[in-house]
Design a protein around this ligand. Structure first.
Ligand SMILES: Cc1cc2nc3c(=O)[nH]c(=O)nc-3n(C[C@H](O)[C@H](O)[C@H](O)COP(=O)(O)OP(=O)(O)OC[C@H]3O[C@@H](n4cnc5c(N)ncnc54)[C@H](O)[C@@H]3O)c2cc1C
Length: 430
């Protein structure tokens, strides 16, 4: 019979937040049994499907998470969508505690007239296509003139994609059909809009510096470049220095697109008859009309309408992960769509502490009648893809990688599940 110190804990979502939380709970609640559910056949969330394909050093965090799944008492249950394959109350009936680590996946709408015109694409849609997300819509042709709204790290990922040539994808797992289609007709001009000035824009200085190492593109910066004098902090100073280097006339810029950063700038209206043709931009007190064949937005994420959090009407809260004793959330589902992978670690640790506190003060009492994963209906247990099965799919993707690629992702969910389960497979893609 489970003792007070052996609760069954369900974590919904196996992205960084779910994996860090499980890691923290293994340490903080010895003997607990943890199941990480994911609606996908693969673990790791945005590490696999958001982090840029040419940043394999960032994706390498999965090696750390692999060690988590090797721990006794930790289980992966893929291909199970909570709220669809298993209702939340069904999960709560089987587990002592349920933690939502479901992230945020819907591209935030651009709140200006014309923001929904064809040709306006969210960063999630673009990065899912490049990362071979199962069932992702193909990337439409972007044309000659792209405007990127936002200048944070995700916007810089988009810009890197637009300016890179094929050599920039060596040892990556990029979706080759998407890359090939883009490189057959790459963009000529890119305008990047940042609300703030260069020093206070949102991108990491390292990400801006990386642009200076790429073979293509010529850069210029306009608008609010920041007040003369030292920026407020070291990071802002590093950012300003990185932009100064990027636009320096001393840099060699052998061809490629023209990239213009507009600081202190925001879109007011997207114009177009049936699809995007221009963006009306306010830069300080001035207005500018920039021709555009596509607009890529990198302005954040919201829950999908059928997301569990949307159903629970739970707005982001940086303060607490506790929705009520027994039901918690962590990661982007708790804090909203900001913060890099490491920030989910601190977040998960604090949520683990809340669970420990609830166990200690008796507001969360493990129930011997709850059997965790073993207590779920057979249809769910039999369907769930285990970590060993995911490892079969992982090995298949690595073994079928083409030259210069570390893996070739299977892009069809049913094929992924079939390969994981050991079924014969005929179709692979990306
Ligand atoms: C495009 C992009 C690029 C990024 N690049 C970087 C980077 O280079 N470096 C960096 O440090 N950070 C990067 N980040 C940020 C980083 O990805 C996030 O901090 C992190 O992924 C958030 O973790 P999470 O676990 O909360 O969400 P996610 O990673 O989104 O994981 C959520 C998981 O929950 C699952 N899920 C959702 N709903 C259900 C359900 N109902 N049932 C079962 N499972 C469900 C999803 O399938 C997913 O696997 C990037 C983010 C984006 C969007």
């Amino acid at each position: 019979m489970p003792s007070l110190s052996h609760p069954h804990i369900a974590i919904v979502g196996s992205g960084p937040a779910g994996c860090y939380l499980a890691t923290a709970l293994v340490r903080a609640v010895p003997g607990c049994e943890i199941t990480l559910f994911d609606r996908l056949a693969s673990p790791y969330g945005l590490v696999r499907y958001g982090v840029a394909a040419d940043h394999q050093h960032t994706k390498a965090i999965t090696r750390q998470f692999e060690r988590l799944f090797a721990q006794p008492g930790v289980r992966f249950a893929g291909d199970i969508a909570i709220g669809h394959d298993v209702a939340l109350d069904e999960l709560e009936a089987a587990f002592d505690a349920v933690v939502l680590a479901t992230g945020l996946t819907a591209d935030r709408a651009l709140p200006v007239p014309g923001g929904d015109l064809p040709g306006v694409l969210g960063s999630g849609a673009v990065t899912r296509a490049l990362n071979a997300f199962p069932g992702a819509a193909p990337l439409p042709p972007l044309g000659s003139d792209v405007v990127i709204v936002g200048a944070g790290n995700v916007a810089l990922d988009l810009l890197r994609f637009l300016v890179k040539d094929r050599s920039g994808y060596a040892s990556s797992d990029v979706a080759d059909p998407v890359l090939d289609a883009y490189l057959a007709d790459p963009v000529r001009r890119v305008t990047v809009l940042s609300r703030s000035d260069a020093a206070r824009s949102k991108g990491d200085p390292q990400m801006i510096k990386e642009l200076t190492t790429l073979p293509r593109a010529r850069y210029s910066a306009h608008g609010a470049l920041g007040a003369p004098g030292a920026p407020a902090d070291d990071r802002a100073a590093a950012r300003a220095a990185a932009f100064a280097e990027l636009v320096s006339p001393d840099r060699e810029t052998p061809g490629g697109p023209e990239v213009r950063f507009l600081f202190g700038a925001a879109p007011e209206r997207i114009l177009g008859d049936g699809r995007v043709s221009a963006v009306q931009i306010r830069v300080g007190a001035e207005r500018e009309l920039v021709p555009a064949t596509a607009v890529l937005t990198a302005i954040g994420f919201d829950p999908e309408p059928d997301d569990l959090l949307a159903q629970l009407c739970a707005a982001p809260s940086p303060r607490t992960g506790r929705l009520r004793p027994g039901l918690y959330r962590t990661g982007w589902a708790k804090r909203g769509p900001s913060g890099a992978i490491p920030e989910n670690r601190a977040c998960a640790k604090s949520v683990a502490e809340e669970i420990v506190a609830d166990l200690a003060d008796g507001s969360l009492v493990p129930d011997p009648a709850k059997h965790g994963f073993a207590g779920l209906p057979a249809r769910v247990r039999e369907r769930a893809i285990s970590f060993a099965q995911w490892s079969t799919l992982d090995a298949h993707e690595r073994a079928t990688a083409g030259p210069e690629r570390v893996r070739r992702k299977v892009t069809d969910h049913a094929d992924m599940a079939a390969i994981a389960r050991g079924a014969a497979h005929t179709r692979t893609s990306a």
